[in-house]
Structure formats: structure tokens, C-alpha cells
Design a binder for this molecule. Structure first.
Ligand code: BT5
Length: 338
């Protein structure tokens, strides 16, 4: 398969780990099993990738880590992913699909900005600079019937990482990550776009949209070959650059977040959840905000309106309508205020 991006086996990752809180050239040469000249070259390579590495009488010390990028995310990452980073790309999902088709596994395509970001059903996804636009190639051992659990895992991973960053993130069925209006600092600021998620037709979208998940997959009957899990998070996107009804980690938490740390936590949670798909639904239910509400779900076959009462083991929504229960497998869900 194609060997892309920066992986856990990259020498620079080993060098940064070996430097730790400080190490001399000879110590590093011994730890890495290479010559002192090679150590110097590797340290230079880390500097070229944006790390500030000071060399003093006590040896090397890392004094600055780049805000974002492949090496920044992979060094210190407790998950098996390789990361391919782009400052700007049309769509991380498109490249991830190409990589998946050529045999890649456990690869994350990550970008600061997308020029042609996609939502579900070919809707446009605004992806200005400052986001965490990521697409992860996975080959989970799961039947196609349960593949939707991978999508739910994506929403849970984003939610957990956002909550750790201090944002009151919740999941609106099936996989929108939203921030309730009361937790949105910019909601009342007249100078910025409406980031409450409210509409004037009796729906509230469940809050302002922080992130979305776009899953694309390939397989034959009964067998899933690969999944590309696209997670788009408005991370350090200022209010003025957000579409109406959206919010960002920066807006909701009152200042820029550490995108490197956020992305690492997102990928670590994702790796754990995909390893244990049986645990995903419970985790999803812990953070969801749809059950118990009146909803209207637009499906390819029409609209379903009623009270959301349950989710099935595969993540489908059960809606109690005036004329019985309906199970909805996919669609756009609005929360109704009345
Ligand atoms: C989604 O679609 O929510 C899935 C979005 C997935 C984006 C990621 S980014 C990395 C990867 N690469 C890609 O090209 N895509 C994935 P959907 O449920 O269809 O929601 C789309 C709708 O959300 C749009 O029609 C807008 O109303 C709204 N929207 C667009 N950009 C947004 C943004 N940045 N934040 C919040 N809402 C947005």
C-alpha cells in the first residue's frame, strides 16, 4: 500500500519522544541507536517541521510545538494512525477515498482549510482556515448492517474531545454535534452571524452546529472493505467566518483551543471506539440530545414527525407518530419546539 504522511514509526517522532524533558546528543544517539551526526540531522528535520528545539549545555530541549500539522499531531498521539496534512485541499474525504481504494488503512487526511468540503447528499460544507477537517480511513471488522456504528463513533469522538476542550457539545441524531444555545457566548452578540441554531418556524436545530460527520464506504455483499470517516469540526473558526446556525470551539469556549491536542484526543477516542463498536451506542446515548423530543425527520421517502423515543442497536431512530412507531435509518432531523 501507499506509505503516506507521518506515522508512529517516523524517526522524528522517536527523536521528539527521546528528547522528552531534555537529552544530550550522546544520550539521544544511544537511545535511537544512531550516530551523533544522524541525531543532529533528525533534530534539524524536527525544526524544519516547525518544532523549536534548543540545544544548550545540558543537551536538547523542545521549547515549542507547532500549532497543527502531521508531525505535531502524531508526536504524542496514543493511536495507530498515520497523518497526511494539507494547509488547503479540496476535500479530505476525496483524498482519503483514493488512499482507501489503493489499500491504505489507519490513515488520516487532515487539513486546515477545504476549498470543496462536502456534507451529506452533496451539500456544501464550509471549511475555512482554522478548522479540524479530517478524514480517517478505517477497515473495521463489522458487517455493513452495523457500519452506521462507525458514523456514530465519529460523533461520539468529536463530542468527547470538544467536551474536554470545555465546550458543552451534544449529539443530535444521527451525527450532528451541536452546542445548546445557552452555552453559546456569541449567541447574543449582534455583530456576528446567528450562532444559536434557532429558526423562526418552530424548530431549533437542536442547538448551533459545531461539527458534522460524513461517512463513505465500499464493500461487497456482506463484507465491508473500507470506511472513510469524515469529521468536520469548526475549531478555531471565528464567528464571522461561520455559516448561520453554526458555532465553533473558539466561539463556544471564548477563545482559541489547542487544535493539536483537540485532534489528538479526537483520534484517540476514535481508535478506542472503533476497536469496541459494541460500546458505541451506550456512549452515543450518554451525549445525545434528541431522545424524548418532538422531531421532524426528512427521509428520502418523505417526512416523519413525532416524538423520538429510542434508537435501535444499529443507530436508527424510533419515532412515535400519531399512527404508531416508525424506524428511521437515515435523514435530516429537526427538533421541534412545539
Ligand atoms: C454534515 O453534512 O454535517 C457532514 C459534514 C462533514 C464535513 C467533513 S470535513 C472533513 C470531510 N471532508 C469533507 O469534504 N467532508 C467531511 P450535512 O448533515 O449534510 O450538513 C450540511 C449542512 O450543514 C449544510 O447544508 C449547511 O446547512 C450546514 N453547514 C455547512 N457548513 C457548516 C459548518 N462549517 N458548520 C456548521 N454547519 C455547516
Amino acid at each position: 500500500m501507499t506509505d503516506v504522511g507521518v506515522g508512529p514509526d517516523d524517526t522524528r517522532v522517536a527523536v521528539l519522544e527521546a528528547i522528552g524533558d531534555g537529552a544530550t546528543g550522546p544520550e539521544l544517539a544511544e537511545a535511537l541507536g544512531v550516530s551523533r551526526t544522524a541525531v543532529w540531522n533528525h533534530v534539524e528535520a524536527c525544526r524544519e517541521a516547525g518544532f523549536a528545539v534548543e540545544s544548550g549545555p545540558d543537551g536538547y530541549r523542545v521549547t515549542g510545538v507547532p500549532e497543527f500539522g502531521a508531525l505535531a499531531v502524531v508526536s504524542g498521539l496514543d493511536a495507530p494512525f498515520r497523518v497526511e496534512y494539507h494547509d488547503a485541499i479540496e476535500s479530505t474525504n476525496d483524498l482519503a477515498r483514493e488512499l482507501a481504494a489503493s489499500g491504505a488503512d489507519d490513515v488520516v487526511v487532515l487539513a486546515d482549510e477545504q476549498t470543496g468540503g462536502r456534507g451529506r447528499r452533496d451539500r456544501a460544507w464550509a471549511s475555512p482556515s482554522g478548522g479540524v477537517w479530517a478524514s480517517t480511513v478505517l477497515r473495521p471488522d463489522v458487517s455493513p448492517a452495523r457500519a452506521s456504528l462507525v458514523t456514530l463513533a465519529g460523533a461520539v469522538a468529536v463530542t468527547r474531545a470538544a467536551r474536554e476542550a470545555g465546550v458543552d457539545a451534544r449529539i443530535k441524531w444521527p451525527n450532528d454535534v451541536v452546542v445548546p444555545a445557552s452555552g453559546d457566548a456569541a449567541a447574543t452578540d449582534p455583530g456576528v452571524a446567528d450562532t444559536t441554531g434557532d429558526t423562526d418556524d418552530g424548530t431549533d436545530r437542536g442547538g448551533a452546529k459545531l461539527a458534522g460527520v460524513l461517512t463513505e464506504m465500499s464493500g461487497e455483499t456482506g463484507r465491508l472493505e473500507w470506511v472513510v470517516l469524515g469529521t468536520g469540526v469548526n475549531a478555531n473558526v471565528p464567528a464571522g467566518a461561520l455559516p448561520a446556525g453554526a458555532t465553533s470551539l473558539q466561539v463556544a469556549s471564548g477563545g482559541p483551543v489547542d487544535r493539536r491536542r483537540f485532534t489528538q484526543r479526537l483520534l484517540e477516542e476514535l481508535a478506542d471506539l472503533v476497536d469496541d463498536l459494541d460500546a458505541v451506542l451506550d456512549a452515543w446515548c450518554t451525549h445525545e440530545t434528541t431522545l424524548g423530543r418532538r422531531v421532524r425527520v426528512q427521509t428520502p421517502g418523505g417526512g416523519v414527525e413525532g416524538t423520538a423515543v429510542d434508537v435501535t442497536p444499529a443507530g436508527a431512530l424510533v419515532v412515535e407518530t400519531g399512527s404508531g412507531r416508525e424506524t428511521v435509518f437515515a435523514g435530516d432531523c429537526e427538533h421541534l419546539r412545539f
